[in-house]
Each structure stands twice: as structure tokens, then as C-alpha cells.
Design a protein. Sequence first.
Length: 214
Amino acid sequence: MAINNLSRNIKGEKFGSLLALSNPKEEMHESGKKYLMVQCACDCGNEKSINFRNLIYGKSKTCGCSWGKNLKTHGDYKSLTYSSWQAMLARCNNKNNGKYFLYGGRGISVCDRWAKYENFLLDMGERPSKSHSIDRIDVNKGYCLENCRWASKKQQCRNKRDNRFISTPSGEMTVAEAAEKYNLNISTIFNRLARGKTDSEALLPPKFKRSHKD
């Protein structure tokens, strides 16, 4: 089979312990021959260019590291931070990922610097806890240092694209936050707003005898 016929979009796919960070690219070997090569990140944390044939035929499943021997040198492949990094790349680059349509499918990408785990770790630091995940400050922009932070689930919920903010006596907040603060059902606030009520009217306490509209 001709080598050109093997070329396909594999960026974001996993082959053993190797995550493809790029699509096959022809490179000149020191022998003078040209080979299709793929830049890969190994689960051990190392990054290496792997021969495309060896990758898809299962001949190369790691970067060549010895598990246990080189883990301290290569990185923390079992850490929460590394898992977040891998998941971020997958949902932006792998069309087979279940969340791709929400990320890569709508143009959300990872900056070139973060294709390497060491750079991501240096910029973001360790993931604080299991309840934290990487959050984009502007949900319409991609993953980069200027647009990302480690955020709790509550912060993430506040930053969803479909959140609606309303004005309250305590300042601007999401409908969910307002419902919690003013002891109202979220659906009650949304229904009032949908009927054209102002933010202040939407936050009025329910009547003891509710009408069919409230």
C-alpha cells in the first residue's frame, strides 16, 4: 500500500499510550528517505515524533519509555492536571469525541503552546482539586493562558453560554443564583421574564394564593 494512501486525519486520536497531536506530515530522515511522521504525546508525559505506519499498525504504542523507570523524568501522567490536558485536546481535535461538536466542531481550539503538556502545566499550575476543571473565561474563544482558569463547578455553571443574568438588589447574577438567594424556583423566574416582567418583578416573593399565571 502506498504511503500516501495511508494518510488521514488522526489528530486527537489515541494509539496505545500515544495521543496524536498532529496529522501525518512528511519529514526527511537522516538516511535521506522521506517518511510520514506524527507528533505524539505519550501517557508518561513525553512528546515525540512517531512514524505514521508504526502508529496505525500498532508497532509503536509508547514513546519508547520504560514504565516506572522514566515516569519521574517524563511527567505525571496519572495526575488530575494531565487528565484535564488530555481531555481538552480530545474534545477540540478528535472528531470521534462525544463533546467535539461543542468544542472543535464550533471552532474552539487549543493554542499551539499547549500542545505540549509541560507548557500547559507551567502556565496553569496543578489542578486544585477534583471539583475543579479548566474553564474558558470567554466561552466563544479557545484554550490559552489569557482565556483560561481552574474553576469550581459553581463557577463553571455561571459561565455557561446559555446562562441568563439579571439585575438584583445585590448586583447582577445568574437566574440560578438569584433563585437560590431569594428562595424562588428557577422556573418561576424564567416564566415571569418570558411574560415580559422586569427583573425586579421576576424576583417578587410568590403570593400565598397563587394565580394561574404565577
